[in-house]
Design a binder for this molecule. Sequence first.
Ligand SMILES: NC(=O)C1=CN([C@@H]2O[C@H](COP(=O)(O)OP(=O)(O)OC[C@H]3O[C@@H](n4cnc5c(N)ncnc54)[C@H](OP(=O)(O)O)[C@@H]3O)[C@@H](O)[C@H]2O)C=CC1
Ligand SMILES: Nc1nc2c(ncn2[C@@H]2O[C@H](COP(=O)(O)O)[C@@H](O)[C@H]2O)c(=O)[nH]1
Length: 327
Amino acid sequence: MENVFDYEDIQLIPAKCVVNSRSACDPSVKLGNHTFKLPVVPANMQTIIDETIATQLAQEGYFYVMHRFEPETRLSFVEKMHAQGLIASISVGVKPEEYEFVQMLATKELVPEYITIDIAHGHSTAVIEMIQHIKQHLPETFVIAGNVGTPEAVRELENAGADATKVGIGPGKVCITKIKTGFGTGGWQLAALRWCAKAASKPVIADGGIRTHGDIAKSIRFGATMVMIGSLFAGHEESPGDTVERDGKLYKEYFGSASEFQKGEKKNVEGKKMFVEHKGALQDTLTEMEQDLQSAISYAGGTDLDSIRHVDYVIVKNSIFNGDKVY
Ligand SMILES: NC(=O)C1=CN([C@@H]2O[C@H](COP(=O)(O)OP(=O)(O)OC[C@H]3O[C@@H](n4cnc5c(N)ncnc54)[C@H](OP(=O)(O)O)[C@@H]3O)[C@@H](O)[C@H]2O)C=CC1
Ligand SMILES: Nc1nc2c(ncn2[C@@H]2O[C@H](COP(=O)(O)O)[C@@H](O)[C@H]2O)c(=O)[nH]1
């Protein structure tokens, strides 16, 4: 692999503007049979999304993926979303009970529009078999499979029937996989995304490592159809993590799905807990992301996300912040 870089190492190069207002730029994206307002989805983690947030996002036209950590609620969740005329987008694992769950959805004719197979090491027979199982019982469901970090993995999961793959092993803010195992795309997630996206024939979702809104545009440039984000969504009023006060300042809890806090035991721990600054309403962040992406599209010299895919870039090797803080 030549040219290894990450988000901080890249700057996109502006092209001639063709709009008179950033509001003329359209950051919407199609995934499967639906079009969403932004190419952004909050991570399917317990401190990032719950049923209330999922409903709010679906009602407002944003993509969402419900987490899989309260498995007994998933069936009624799909029913509730469909009763409101909203898309149902859920997560599954690969253990035997998950096979029964998929079968039960099919028996009850409850067909989620999206199912995400949410596993740390997605390049595995376990995931391939789960893709095939879902496709056999719920052929209309759009299947997102992950996580992976190589072109071989993308091809194998696509060949097994996945409609999209999710790229990112270990770049997450609360991830300790890279430290505990020595493996992953941490530190070179953007280059790994490019490597994987070149091999992909279906959409790729870049997952983890997004620290600024500009990183969303960079992900699009390097082949992502959408990005999954945890830490930037952890600090909102609505975020499900506990709120704590320290020295008069409010923080929200954010923990990894493979952390001791999620698992309830110290076994195969590959995630940690942290506290992020409280930052107001979720909708404010979504609106700011939309404006920043509209601006990015204008710098790309186009009117939609596709224009970002073709811009030139330079590798500046960690120098873009020049010692400055992000905000
Ligand atoms: N994107 C990322 O970088 C990472 C994300 N995570 C998140 O943490 C959560 C838990 O993930 P995960 O542990 O996969 O889910 P589960 O705990 O549900 O494990 C799924 C199954 O895969 C097995 N398994 C897990 N890891 C491996 C591995 N490296 N090799 C072989 N088998 C494995 C497990 O068995 P057993 O436990 O006995 O090995 C279990 O049978 C998920 O939400 C995942 O997205 C976790 C780590 C990295
Ligand atoms: N290695 C681990 N990765 C995890 C864990 N829980 C979640 N994740 C991944 O992180 C992203 C979010 O990343 P962020 O940089 O935006 O905060 C999430 O979507 C998962 O793929 C974990 O315990 N260990």
